[in-house]
Ligand binder design. Structure first.
Ligand SMILES: C[S@@+](CC[C@H](N)C(=O)[O-])C[C@H]1O[C@@H](n2cnc3c(N)ncnc32)[C@H](O)[C@@H]1O
Length: 322
């Protein structure tokens, strides 16, 4: 099922996410990446059926997503409470404090951008459609992609492309960007995509997806500080999970997934004694257990319906009982 005007974003691994989060204990459901509320609406409907009521704290840094989400959530019965907040998800603990919420029973982070971002050329995320080089997910982002490509020096630009795009031609692409901007600063997405394509050797252009995919991913991550926010929020939210509470995360590239894997493994591990200690001296006990041990992926049917789901990896943990 492709995104359409009435369904602007198709939620990924929906049935699996609903099964995991509807099964969490009664209490607050926190969606830190509310988007168009596709997951949230389904999870809340299931929790409302199960407990006779449900309550959402929905966060998104993009005010246009929150407006869509509010419309979508209007489908739900009055027994479902909702607080929608424009914020970065790493501010979730402060948002919960402001709302007087101590613990949450279920948490979802469905990372990255939505179809509303990619499909709207004016947001500047798409290398296929001409739009301004913006890429800010929300007004809180301190810089645009144009600021990065026109302002960063050669070394920093190459570093961003290598680190956040895992782009092996980072140096060549950064050089081509700097050469071109000296003549004329970049303004639009398609212009940048063309310079990136021309900077990549012919043979390498024939494999993989569009030659600008990794550069656009890297710029988006830099503009929105995506990985820093993720690293900060995971331990903070694991700490706020109620006993038996469940947290699920959908990641769409290996940099995100590695951060989630490490944070969940740390929390499931408990002991932090140096390797080789004969007995545990730290006494730290596991905070959570894995509910999904190996990351789950969408099946071929889902990917055929919604190709944007293809990179998704779902991980989930459950907080230990009290
Ligand atoms: C993949 S979409 C979520 C789609 C949603 N699950 C649905 O079913 O409609 C990701 C959303 O998270 C938001 N987002 C990404 N990173 C964020 C962050 N650090 N803080 C708050 N919102 C963020 C984006 O603006 C986008 O709306």
């Amino acid at each position: 099922m492709m995104a359409t005007a009435s369904r602007p974003h198709v939620p990924v691994l929906l049935d699996r996410v609903v099964a995991l989060l509807a099964d969490a204990p009664d209490g607050i459901y926190l969606d830190g990446t509310l988007g168009a509320a596709g997951h949230a609406t389904a999870v809340l409907a299931a929790r409302d059926d199960r407990y006779g009521s449900a309550h959402l704290v929905g966060i998104d840094r993009d005010p246009t997503a929150l407006a869509l989400a509010a419309d979508r959530l209007a489908e739900l019965p009055d027994t479902v409470g909702r607080d929608l907040v424009e914020a970065r998800f790493d501010a979730a603990p402060a948002v919960l404090d402001d709302l007087g919420v101590d613990r949450v029973a279920a948490v979802l982070l469905d990372l990255g951008i939505s179809s509303m971002h990619v499909d709207r050329a004016e947001r500047g995320f798409s290398y296929r459609q001409e739009g301004p080089l913006d890429m800010r997910m929300g007004p809180d982002a301190p810089r645009t992609a144009a600021d990065v490509v026109n302002g960063y020096d050669l070394r920093d630009l190459a570093l961003v492309l290598r680190r956040f795009g895992e782009e092996k031609f980072a140096d060549r692409i950064a050089r081509a960007i700097v050469d071109r901007r000296e003549a004329r600063p970049f303004e639009v997405t398609t212009d940048l995509a063309e310079v990136v394509r021309d900077a990549i050797p012919h043979a390498a252009r024939r494999t993989g997806g569009h030659p600008a995919t990794k550069t656009f991913q890297a710029l988006r991550i830099e503009v929105n500080g995506e990985l820093t926010a993720l690293e900060a929020v995971l331990p903070a939210l694991l700490d706020r999970l109620a006993p038996d509470g469940v947290m699920a995360v959908l990641a769409y590239h290996s940099l995100e997934d590695r951060i989630v894997k490490r944070a969940f493994a740390d929390a499931a591990n408990g002991c932090i004694c140096p390797p080789g200690f004969p007995v545990c001296a730290c006494g730290r006990v596991p905070l959570v257990e894995h509910v999904v041990r190996r990351p789950e992926r969408p099946d071929e049917l889902e990917i055929a319906d919604n190709p944007r789901a293809s990179a998704a990896r779902l991980r989930a943990v459950r907080r230990a009982a009290a």
